[in-house]
Ligand binder design. Structure first.
Ligand code: GDP
Ligand code: MG
Length: 445
């Protein structure tokens, strides 16, 4: 399996300071095989390996790691990002920004777990989000499926809309009307699936989508589907404007490779995972955990994480020392700090570990926006010369224009960065670096 494969290669490449084409080649071959074994679709594997190679080659290997371990770190980071770590927490949450009722339309093949997921979602929305939920089934071909939804809705303590109509669209319209008149916050619409991709099924669900204009259209996919997941996902994604994915049956022995395939093909965030047949078996999706599951290398990943933290702590200590002896906080230090923020697993998770006054300052900040800002800031600093970075005061109009052009931003963005930098610099002066270590320790949580 993957763990054994990678562990073997990890052992074979040791004692080199950088990742190179040569020392990563064999390792990447193993990662490739392993992803295929985890049932990630071939085109997805190819594109993924390409990206990892690009990121890895030339990278320095941290002191306490072997090149193999370092490469696993790169693989894990890239995988987490593709799984959605980069999108921020918002991406994986349901959208309710609409006139109630917020409609959630469920799509997917038969037997993947749509009806069960409706029951789970209803329970989650009622208990965790305090929503008033109505469910309805448009699976007119299988009376038992309608009964099934009525049962799970009852078990979840939410209302079920029963209808005598024989047409899915009629049923959906009547349910919507009922939901409006009785002030439901959410209407979840279950649909009929087929065993394979089917023209009639696709037409029916696009019709429902047109009629309802749901704010969420969730594609439900079975984690055990393996290589096939990619074709099914493509058909549904072409036919419907999906807003998210639910990956069911992750409690099985599947590695979850389908998550990567489906995410890659649709570009849509995985929002939930199903982890049991029971109605409490629904979890909010966690990209990093999913990446680790696909990789299956807990031990090495923990080691890599530890090494990363040590690097950050060393950097913080060095900065503290420099400031104590009267050194100046410059743009290089600023860049290093931005880099550390990213290592800490993204802005949102970092903010949640920050001291209270930082959290207050950041309240109401859009995290996706903030993540983009951070990347832009890095881009701007990268466009500066070493001299400019260590002596920011020499950056006047002409240099600003050159830096802006180099980073593909406006001069006002460069100005904003410089003023943010100055704020940070004066804060550093006040703390004399003394607060840094405390902050770092807080962050490690
Ligand atoms: P639908 O045809 O898409 O509506 O699928 P159902 O909701 O009827 O589910 C089909 C089968 O999968 C049922 O036996 C469910 O209990 C089971 N199932 C659904 N989700 C999960 C899950 O997350 N884990 C497990 N183990 N079983 C699940
Ligand atoms: Mg069903």
């Amino acid at each position: 399996n993957l763990t054994q494969r990678l562990a073997k290669v990890v052992k074979t490449i040791r004692g080199e300071a950088r990742l190179t084409e040569t020392n990563t080649a064999e390792m990447l071959r193993e990662v490739r095989l392993a992803l295929l074994e985890a049932d990630v679709a071939l085109p997805v594997v190819k594109s993924f390996i390409g990206k990892v190679r690009e990121k890895a080659v030339g990278k320095e290997v941290m002191d306490s790691l072997s090149p193999g371990q370092a490469l696993v770190g790169v693989v894990q980071q890239e995988l987490s990002q593709i799984m959605g770590a980069d999108l921020g927490e918002k991406a994986s949450q349901l959208n309710f920004a609409t006139q109630p009722p917020a409609i959630i339309l469920m799509a997917g093949l038969q037997g993947v777990g749509k009806t069960t997921t409706v029951g789970k979602l209803a329970r989650y929305l009622k208990q965790e989000k305090k929503k008033k939920v109505l469910t309805v089934s448009t699976d007119v071909y299988r009376p038992a499926a309608i009964k099934q939804l009525e049962t799970v809705s009852g078990q979840s303590g939410v209302d079920f809309y029963g209808s005598d109509a024989s047409e899915p669209i009629q049923i959906a319209k009547a349910a919507l009307d009922h939901a409006k008149r009785h002030f439901y916050d959410v209407l979840i619409v279950d649909t009929a699936g087929r065993l394979g991709i089917d023209e009639q099924m696709m037409q029916e669900i696009s019709g429902l989508h047109k009629t309802l204009s749901p704010i969420e259209t969730l594609f439900v996919v079975d984690a055990m589907l393996g290589q096939d997941a990619i074709n099914v996902a493509k058909s549904f994604n072409d036919a419907l404007p999906l807003t998210g994915i639910v990956l069911t049956k992750l409690d099985g022995d599947s590695r979850g490779g389908a998550a990567l395939s489906v995410r890659h093909i649709t570009g849509k965030p995985v929002k939930f995972v199903g982890v049991s047949e029971k109605l409490d078996g629904l979890e909010e999706f966690d990209p990093v955990r999913m990446a680790n599951r696909i990789l299956g290398m807990g031990d090495i990943l923990a080691l890599v994480e530890e090494a990363r933290k040590n690097v950050d702590i060393k950097a913080a200590q060095a900065l503290e020392k420099k400031l104590k002896v009267g050194g100046r906080f410059d743009l290089n230090d600023f860049l290093a700090q931005i880099g550390q923020m990213k290592n800490m697993g993204g802005l949102s998770s970092m903010m949640s570990k920050m001291p209270a006054q930082f959290q207050q300052a950041a309240a109401g900040t859009n995290m996706d926006q903030a993540a983009k800002q951070v990347r832009r800031m890095e881009g701007i600093i990268h466009s500066m010369t070493p001299q400019e970075r260590s002596k920011p005061e020499i950056i006047k109009a002409v240099r600003k224009r050159r830096i802006a052009a180099g980073a593909g931003v406006q001069v006002q963005d460069v100005n904003r960065l410089l003023s943010q930098f100055e704020q940070m610099q004066s804060m550093m002066k006040k703390m004399k670096g003394g607060g840094m270590m405390k902050m770092m320790r807080g962050l490690k949580g």
